[in-house]
Write a protein that binds this ligand. Structure first.
Ligand SMILES: NC(=O)CCC(=O)C(=O)O
Length: 257
């Protein structure tokens, strides 16, 4: 699966401008790209106090624009996450669109990050699952979720061999991000495809370092700190092979823990 990751400099509080950037990027991808991946909160960044003025529905403008591109370009889009209205609250929602333009999965971030004031402004989701893209089982988590090994482990136990991590992870703690991405890949023997943002929002600088990590923990490709595109060709069989060679998931002592 030829995968392209957009380490995007999100323009804070400018959903229309960001949609234009994303559409231009998607339309420039090589025709043989199978999956395009976007970062967390790519429509607004962390302008949480302004969401009521910026967001008036469930992200229909952004999502329908991406559905059209997916259909026209026959491209799967792991559409990062966007701030959406949910009742009278807001959620941090990831959406996955297949090559036919169908929304096949959405996920509302379940672990809200106190360091960026999410609990004050957002409502947490309360469910997650695996999904299938091109017949392969995949999982997706959002940024702070990476610190909770249980969620990635559950996705791996449910059969995910590729897990996408969409993020706006600050530079200040970027060493945690890179270490945890490798740990999650090694302990679950799956590909980790991580898409972080670059640039800044208010006082927060985002740290980039988007990467694709193999099921044995090798960094196949990584970005630096600035806006960039990274690409990798993902061979799902590698995950199956390493799970057979070192049967971590089977060796677990579920009678003890
Ligand atoms: N956007 C996020 O969830 C940031 C997470 C973070 O800053 C951290 O875990 O540290």
């Amino acid at each position: 699966m030829k995968t392209a990751v957009y380490q995007m400099t999100v323009i804070p509080g400018q959903p229309r401008e960001n949609l234009k950037k994303v559409a231009d990027w998607l339309n420039r991808l090589p025709e043989d790209t199978d999956v395009a991946v976007l970062p967390e909160m790519w429509n607004t960044s962390y302008t949480l106090q302004q969401l009521a003025d910026l967001i008036d529905d469930e992200g229909s403008l952004e999502i329908s624009a991406l559905q059209n591109i997916a259909r026209l370009r026959r491209l799967n889009i792991v559409a990062g996450s966007i701030a959406v209205k949910h009742g009278d609250k807001f959620r941090n929602r990831a959406v996955v669109i297949d090559r036919h333009g169908h929304i096949i999965y959405h996920y509302d971030k379940v672990h809200l990050v106190p360091l960026l004031n999410e609990p004050e402004f957002l409502e947490a989701g309360d469910e997650f699952s695996t999904f299938k893209l091109d017949d392969q089982k995949m999982g997706l988590i959002i940024c702070y979720d990476l610190r909770f090994p249980e969620i990635t482990r559950k996705l791996a136990l449910d059969g995910a061999e590729v897990i996408y991590v969409v993020a706006e992870w600050p530079l200040e703690r970027i060493t945690h991000f890179t270490a945890l991405l490798k740990a999650r890949a090694i302990e679950n023997q799956c590909y980790i495809v991580a898409c972080n943002a670059s640039g800044e929002c208010e006082d927060t600088v985002f740290g980039g370092q988007s990467m694709v990590v193999s099921p044995s923990g090798a960094v196949i490709v990584a970005a630096d700190i600035d806006e960039a595109t990274i690409t990798a060709d993902i061979d799902i069989e590698q995950s199956e092979a390493i799970r057979q060679a070192i049967p971590i998931l089977k060796s677990r002592r579920t009678d003890l823990y």
